[in-house]
Structure formats: structure tokens, C-alpha cells
Design a protein around this ligand. Structure first.
Ligand code: GLN
Length: 227
């Protein structure tokens, strides 16, 4: 949990107003250190995840290099375009280090394109670089095109306080769970949209754009428990 990595206090694009989380200053005596959670920062809605993580009290940093990846206690793979993120993972030399850290039980949370990247298999003929590790078979753009994107209230097992407010944006869905290690925490039309397999979490939607931070909070709590 101790880290020599000094998180940037300002992220390009972030408004220079508002309150910095006190946790960036480190714990006071008797407090538990906030975990350092990375957001894979190659493409996609990186900033929204960094903000959500900071709102729930984590220290949050962008991860663009293998050295940064080595420092984090957990990692979010954001939504965006999975083909682009996959190609950039290869180009930046991050694919193998990321696969190695996941094999070593790094807690990871993939949302939307992140879920696609973590899937062991895709329901499509064209190959694309995948991180893998999550034993599911996933279909990209399963709910239709951009125009078919929608907000929804979803009951998620283990998340208290009523349905979560989330956004499905050209979302994938899980067509098949390939192992009984995979727990299904929420489904839409009979298809899993939130799953957990040990330290690997994945959601088909965007939990970071609606201001409902309960899944981020649950993930950060799970990272703390493992640390
Ligand atoms: N359709 C995108 C893909 O296939 C995922 C969309 C998203 O992350 N919102 O990668």
C-alpha cells in the first residue's frame, strides 16, 4: 500500500475549482491509508472515473506506463472504444504487464469497453487485442447503436440503497458465463451486466457518468480489504 508515486493534483481537463480530497495528503495518525487506484489512461472516459474515485475517498491516478501500473493497488479499465484501447495497450507495451498483474490478483474493474477487454472471449469473428482473465463470452454493441443508448435503474446484488442509476452507451453484454467462478450481480433481459470473479469486477454500463458512486465505493472497499 505504501507508494513512492506522487499523484498529480490536477488532471488536464479538470476544472480548477472545488475541493481536493483530503486523502491526497495521506492519512492522519490512526487512519487507514486510502488505496491508490489507477485508471487506464489511454482512451475513453478516464477523467470521469478519476473524479468518481476521488469522490469516494481513493487516491486516483492515470496509468499510462508499466512503471505506473506497478504502483497501483487497483485499476479501472474505463469505457471508450475497446479496439482502440486494445491497440494502444499493445503499442505502449502495457498488455503483457497488465495481464501479469491480473494473474497476480490485482483488483481490476472494467466498465463497458473495459468489460470487453477483460473478457476471455468475444462473440465476433474479427480478432482484437484482449487483456482477458474474466471467464465470459461477450457481445459488443449488443443493445444496438449509439441512438439506442439509454439510462437505467439497475438492482445490483451487494449494493444497498435501491437501484443504481447508470448509463448504457453502445454497451456490450455477456452472452455466456464460462466458469462458475463468475458471480452475476445484475442482469438485463436475462443477460449479465455486472459480474465479479474474485478480484476482477466488470460492468456493461457506465457507472461513472451519473454521479451514483456506489460501485466505485464497493470496488475501493474490496481493494482495501485485500491490501
Ligand atoms: N462499443 C464500444 C466497444 O465496442 C464500447 C462502448 C463504451 O465503452 N461505452 O468498445
Amino acid at each position: 500500500m505504501s507508494s513512492s508515486f506522487v499523484p498529480d493534483r490536477w488532471i488536464p481537463g479538470e476544472r480548477l475549482t472545488g475541493r481536493l480530497p483530503a486523502t491526497l495528503d495521506g492519512p492522519a495518525d490512526g487512519e487507514v491509508a486510502a488505496p491508490l487506484i489507477g485508471v487506464l489512461g489511454l482512451q475513453g472516459d478516464v477523467l470521469e472515473h478519476l473524479r468518481a474515485l476521488r469522490r469516494v475517498g481513493a487516491r486516483a491516478v492515470q496509468v499510462k506506463t508499466a512503471a505506473q501500473l506497478a504502483e497501483v493497488d487497483g485499476l479501472i479499465l474505463p469505457g471508450g472504444e475497446s479496439t482502440t484501447i486494445g491497440k494502444l495497450l499493445v503499442r505502449f507495451g502495457l498488455l503483457e504487464p497488465l495481464q501479469a498483474r491480473i494473474a497476480d490478483a490485482l483488483p481490476v474493474f472494467g466498465t463497458c469497453a473495459g468489460l470487453i477487454l477483460l473478457s476471455d472471449e468475444l462473440e465476433q469473428d474479427e480478432p482484437q487485442p484482449l487483456v482477458g482473465g474474466l471467464h465470459v463470452r461477450t457481445r459488443r454493441n449488443a443493445f444496438g447503436r449509439q441512438l439506442d443508448s439509454f439510462d437505467a435503474a439497475i438492482e445490483v446484488a451487494g449494493i444497498d440503497g435501491g437501484p443504481m442509476d447508470v448509463a448504457f452507451i453502445r454497451a456490450p453484454r455477456i452472452e455466456r458465463v464460462l466458469s462458475d467462478e463468475v458471480e452475476v450481480l445484475a442482469s438485463v433481459d436475462g443477460h449479465p451486466v455486472v459480474v465479479r470473479q474474485g478480484p476482477i469486477w466488470a460492468a456493461a454500463f457506465h457507472p461513472e457518468v451519473t454521479g451514483d458512486d456506489r460501485l466505485h465505493a464497493a470496488f475501493v472497499a474490496a481493494v482495501l480489504r485485500r491490501a
